[in-house]
Design a protein around this ligand. Structure first.
Ligand SMILES: C[S@@+](CC[C@H](N)C(=O)[O-])C[C@H]1O[C@@H](n2cnc3c(N)ncnc32)[C@H](O)[C@@H]1O
Length: 312
């Protein structure tokens, strides 16, 4: 498969993820009043997919909120491979202000996101601040706090230049979020990116949601399903276990890391939320959900020991 063809398939994973989020939101798994501006309609997904997305989104929400709370908002957020994620708008609605918010993705994704933001009043209103013009071109959008930037994350020189243009302060506590992103990059490239972050940002916290146990039978099927859709998991090597996920950070200069599979994460979610979502729809395929949960994990890593306590 040529690399351009593979990049197109990787870009298409954003449409999948956004459509699954849209479906789960429409069914009442969690609230997101912005996702429907990016995804107009969606077909109904299987209950185990909805529940999987619920676990992922709620766990990430809780971790992000903890970081914003402990830093009293005196922090920045960089969403790597952000796709059509709506985190900026949720934080805005909840009055959780941060000093800078940067989203990075392929230009093929950011150009579409720019367009949606430009033509949707509630999206545009939330990024507009007094006395500051929103600067917009085809792939990039620069507001005062919010920046959306088209970049190939495998090109570290380009990433560095784009981060510089985004006016981030390297000395501020900074949360990096990557939801199913690094796995699409060769591990030498993702290591380079993680190392660069660790060297530049002295007070960084990373939340990485992605696959684990890709070497077992179920994992192999996941890999071959994606391959049959033209999408190669170039970074599968780092997704062999929670230990390889943890180690990938420690190997490139992060001070500490933890990694838990989604079975473990599910057990830590608020019981009242679990009870609520269990009522939404019947789940026949318990075993399939368990399999999915053992094949995804949340890894957190920090360059600053103050953030080692941020856990579920
Ligand atoms: C599975 S989607 C997830 C999107 C979003 N994080 C979410 O959870 O809704 C993966 C995203 O990573 C982006 N991505 C993967 N490799 C990338 C690269 N080398 N440069 C820029 N973006 C990349 C894709 O374009 C896509 O938007």
């Amino acid at each position: 498969m040529d690399s351009v063809g593979n990049d197109e398939a990787v870009i298409a994973t954003n449409d999948d993820a956004s459509s699954c989020k849209r479906c789960a939101v429409a069914m009442g798994y969690w609230r997101d009043r912005y996702i429907s501006y990016f995804v107009r309609s969606t077909d109904r997904k299987a209950p185990e997919i909805n529940r999987g997305y619920f676990a992922r989104c709620v766990a990430i929400k809780l971790l992000v909120d903890k970081f914003v709370e402990v830093t009293h908002g005196n922090c920045q957020i960089v969403n790597i491979g952000a796709g059509f994620d709506t985190l900026y708008w949720r934080l805005y609605d909840e009055g959780k202000n941060v000093k800078g918010f940067v989203e990075l993705d392929f230009p093929g994704v950011t150009s579409r996101k720019c367009l949606y933001i430009q033509r949707t009043k509630p999206l545009l209103q939330a990024i507009s601040e007094e006395d500051y013009d929103v600067k917009l071109n085809r792939n990039n959008l620069h507001a005062h706090t919010y920046k959306l930037t088209g970049v190939d994350l495998r090109n570290i020189t380009e990433v560095e230049a784009k981060i510089k243009e985004s006016d981030l302060d390297y000395s501020l506590p900074t949360l990096f979020l990557a939801e199913c992103v690094l796995v699409y990059m060769n591990t030498s490239k993702s290591s380079q990116l993680l190392q660069w972050i660790a060297e530049k940002f002295k007070s960084a916290f990373f939340i990485n949601y992605e696959m684990v146990n890709l070497g077992d039978r179920f994992g192999e099927v996941m890999v071959s399903n994606l391959r049959s859709r033209g999408c190669d998991l170039a970074g599968a090597q780092a997704c062999q276990s929670t230990e390889t996920q943890r180690q990938r950070f420690l190997d490139v200069g992060w001070a500490g890391a933890d990694s838990y599979d989604m079975i473990n994460i599910w057990a830590r979610l608020p019981p009242e939320e679990i009870a609520r979502v269990m009522q939404i729809e019947l789940l026949d395929e318990q075993e399939l959900l368990q399999q999915l949960f053992t094949h995804y994990a949340i890894t957190t890593a920090w360059t600053d020991h103050r953030w080692s306590d941020i856990q579920l």
